[in-house]
Design a protein around this ligand. Structure first.
Ligand SMILES: Cc1cc2nc3c(=O)[nH]c(=O)nc-3n(C[C@H](O)[C@H](O)[C@H](O)COP(=O)(O)OP(=O)(O)OC[C@H]3O[C@@H](n4cnc5c(N)ncnc54)[C@H](O)[C@@H]3O)c2cc1C
Length: 289
């Protein structure tokens, strides 16, 4: 691996200063579970690594029933799973975080790293899309908030500009009778990348769907929403039949590639299956809230 410098600031301001000081050759590192592999393979060659794990606001998990969730971008996935508020209010996002790699990987891998690495197959991205999450970004020109659905600009690419980092992920408090579910299909039992990931968040009004969002992973150059399927469900009872139809409509959004994990045709099929199951699972949880 090439030589590089390392800094571990304790404030966001220091991190922004460091990231801005070294042109395009400075890079955030958090758990390093993506970046160190990319550096070892010479895909990325940063001269300065800015470790954000010692910045308190980036390690915060704070839930308020009125203002919602502030989830620090440097929070490791294992802490999401261990947090009672996360398991209760955002069970779909929690299960996505808990599917990443192994327990060892989850102890290092951060939610912000999973987002910023911008893999089309990242497990937390469809769950964040379903929850209509927003990324809080801080940089040399101040701070801005970008909805996760506008965060990705291509495989491995995002909207961050020079000197910027994601400090927190913000999610509204779930309204009554709302819940989420995330499911993925992988070729092996664990330690593999999704062929398809599907996240759904459902709000019920009686037995009808009041609001719904569906996020899909690994079936397009970036994680995507499936708005046709969501629109179809509004005002309908969410049952086997309507969930099946929503799955068919979600398939229309999928434009996957063939690769060693599965053919495009198979992936499109799996989108229908997982969308249906994620919707039914989210609705089941929403009924209990
Ligand atoms: C064995 C193994 C198994 C894995 N399994 C899965 C899996 O099942 N599902 C899955 O989705 N992923 C998986 N991964 C990928 C990886 O663990 C996740 O993407 C992880 O969440 C990345 O977080 P990190 O903190 O390690 O990021 P890092 O490697 O530190 O950073 C990743 C990228 O994001 C940037 N970055 C990180 N944090 C920020 C920030 N706050 N602001 C701006 N930029 C930032 C970095 O500069 C870098 O480009 C696996 C990896 C390994 C090695």
């Amino acid at each position: 691996m090439h030589e590089f410098s390392y800094e571990a600031p304790t404030t966001v301001e220091q991190a922004v200063k460091l990231l801005s000081s070294d042109g395009d050759s400075a890079r955030v590192i958090c758990g390093g579970t993506d970046l160190l592999i990319q550096m070892r393979n010479a895909v990325r060659k940063p001269k300065l690594l800015v470790d954000v794990k010692s910045i308190p606001e980036m390690r915060e998990i704070s839930f308020d029933p009125k203002t919602g969730l502030r989830l620090g971008a440097a929070v490791p996935c294992i802490e999401i799973h261990e947090n009672e508020a996360m398991r209760r209010h955002y069970p779909g996002l929690t299960e996505a975080a808990h599917l990443i790699g192994s327990l060892q990987i989850q102890s290092r891998a951060s939610i912000g790293g999973n987002l910023c690495n911008a893999s089309p197959a990242a497990d937390t991205s469809p769950a964040l899309l379903a929850l209509n999450a927003t990324a809080k970004i801080v940089g040399p020109n101040g701070s801005r908030e970008v909805p996760v659905e506008k965060f990705f600009s291509g495989p491995g690419k995002n909207v961050l500009q020079r000197g910027e980092l994601v400090t927190q992920i913000l999610i509204a408090a779930p309204p009554p009778h709302t819940s989420d579910r995330y499911l993925r299909m992988i070729p092996r039992n664990e330690m593999d990348i999704a062929i398809v990931g599907a996240g759904a968040c459902v709000t019920l009004d009686g037995d009808k769907v009041k609001a719904v969002r569906i996020g899909l992973g690994a079936v397009a150059p970036t994680p995507i929403l499936a708005p046709k399927a969501a629109e179809y469900l509004i005002g309908k009872k969410l049952d086997e039949k309507t969930a099946e139809r929503a799955g068919e409509l979600a398939r229309e959004h999928a434009v996957p590639i063939d690769d060693m994990r599965g053919t495009a045709e198979y992936r499109v099929h799996v989108v229908g299956v997982l969308t249906k199951r994620a919707l039914l699972g989210a609705a089941e949880r929403a009924r209990q809230n």
